[in-house]
Design a protein around this ligand. Structure first.
Ligand code: DGL
Length: 251
């Protein structure tokens, strides 16, 4: 029987969990958030791959067989490197490209971390399917600000409004939210950019994944920092499932 994990640098991947549980509330989910090291988006590829390896080794010891990489940054770091692990990995970029292809968008904007944009993994794949006009916007700060959402709400809104101006100036109508942390605050994006259509990778990853044959069970969270942020976040996301949290994990 398969045992599922969802991983991210922090709380962003909970946006994938939210969608997974809407589809099937019974599956066991083993979530790993490396909140002590977030943001990964400002790291090098080698640093990201090393953190990821430690997380996956930890989860393998827990018996995990399949893992959704609920992080555009980690997914961009493993694509094209041939990186594999004993755990089967599902990246978040591929279902997103499939959706843009399905919509046949030749013009779109993407907002993502510095690493994701610099890696060109989205850029190259989008160009290859005919998205000729792509506005790339990289944020070095937004994911970390979202980790402490209540404290940072005003700064977050200012930053989002800045992106809105760039999107409006270029006449773009579609925005790819290329970081799962951003989907965590999708309501703010929708409120501040009511005229924009959003592509949501977290949702697409959850929907593209075949959840048959998965072990049923609790929602187990492992984090390298304190548990409070998770208790608070799960309330915000309206996730209701039997929960176990182990915090201050060392990897
Ligand atoms: N949530 C992540 C992503 O989708 C990573 C954010 C970060 O750690 O910089 O890219």
């Amino acid at each position: 029987m398969k045992k599922l994990a969802v991983i991210d640098s922090g709380i962003g991947g909970l946006s994938v969990v939210r969608e997974l549980l809407k589809l099937n509330n019974e599956i066991e989910i083993n979530y790993f958030g490396d909140n002590i090291r977030v943001p990964y988006g400002n790291m090098s590829r080698d640093e990201i791959l090393s953190c990821m390896e430690h997380i996956l080794d930890f989860l393998y010891e827990k018996g995990v067989t399949d893992c959704l990489v609920a992080c555009n940054t980690m997914s961009s770091a493993i694509l094209n490197t041939g990186y594999t692990h004993k755990i089967k990995l599902y990246n978040i970029v591929t279902p997103t490209i499939d959706e843009v292809n399905r919509l046949a968008l030749n013009k779109a904007a993407i907002l993502a971390t510095k690493f994701t944009i610099a890696s060109k993994e989205y850029y190259n794949r989008l160009k290859a399917i005919g998205t000729d006009d792509l506005l790339e916007m990289a944020s070095a700060s937004l994911a970390a600000l979202i980790e402490d959402f209540d404290e940072n709400r005003d700064i977050i809104e200012e930053e989002v409004l800045d992106y809105k101006r760039r999107i409006d100036d270029g006449g773009y109508k579609t925005l790819i939210l290329g970081c799962t942390h951003y989907e965590f605050i999708d309501a703010i994006f929708k409120e501040l950019m009511p005229e924009v259509d959003f592509i949501m990778p977290a949702k697409l990853l959850a929907h593209s994944f075949d959840a048959s044959g998965l072990k049923k069970g609790d929602f187990n969270i492992y984090t390298t920092k304190g548990k409070d942020i998770y208790i608070h976040s799960l309330r915000t996301l309206d996730i209701d499932k039997k929960l176990n949290i182990e915090d201050y994990i060392e990897i």
